[in-house]
Design a binder for this molecule. Structure first.
Ligand SMILES: [Zn+2]
Length: 178
């Protein structure tokens, strides 16, 4: 029965004082039940958001970049759990440049990603930060129930991320020559 039904019923038998009292009490109980339902929903939502935050991998203060002998500047990524990811680079041009399309970052495995071509005659790198668009892994294993985006292997580069991860890149000093 909806609360309005209770009111209608209450009006119909208003002459019966005890009956009206019982109905008033029943009406209140419906209200209390709904309030606790809403509270339970809020508590569940807070728990989902806390879990969402917990599943966001730590963002280091600095991600060291190194060069290979093939003049490529790369960084090493290592995630505490498996994610589906896209790797983008902030090179100070105002936008983000994708350097790796949809890929899997496996739990506790080092993944080297080339972020920039670095000819020997250029001392300064352009890369300022590595930005990861992250999702719970496409191939399962675990998920986040918060309701934000899932990865889609057919999604374009603009597909909304579940988490946006960012770490400033620093150039690792070349070893001293003796
Ligand atoms: Zn989430």
């Amino acid at each position: 029965m909806e609360p309005d039904d209770w009111i209608a019923l209450g009006t119909g038998i208003a002459g019966l004082a005890t009956g009206a009292g019982a109905i008033f009490y029943a009406h209140r109980s419906v209200g209390v039940a709904r309030e606790s339902e809403a509270t339970a929903r809020k508590v569940a939502r807070v728990a989902l958001e806390q879990e969402h935050d917990r599943l966001f991998p730590p963002q280091p203060d600095s991600l060291p970049a190194r060069t290979t002998d093939r003049q490529q500047l790369f960084v090493t990524l290592r995630m505490p759990r498996t994610y589906t990811a896209r790797v983008l680079v902030d090179d100070g041009s105002g936008g983000l440049r994708q350097v790796r399309g949809l890929m899997t970052l496996r739990a506790n495995e080092d993944v080297q990603v080339v972020v920039e071509h670095m000819p020997p005659d250029r001392a300064e790198m352009l890369t300022r930060a590595v930005v990861l668009k992250l999702w719970p892994p496409l191939d399962g294993g675990w998920t986040c129930e918060c309701g934000r985006e899932s990865a889609d292997e057919h999604g374009g580069g603009a597909w909304p991320e579940h988490w946006l991860w960012r770490a400033p890149v620093t150039r690792r000093a070349k070893p001293a020559v003796h």
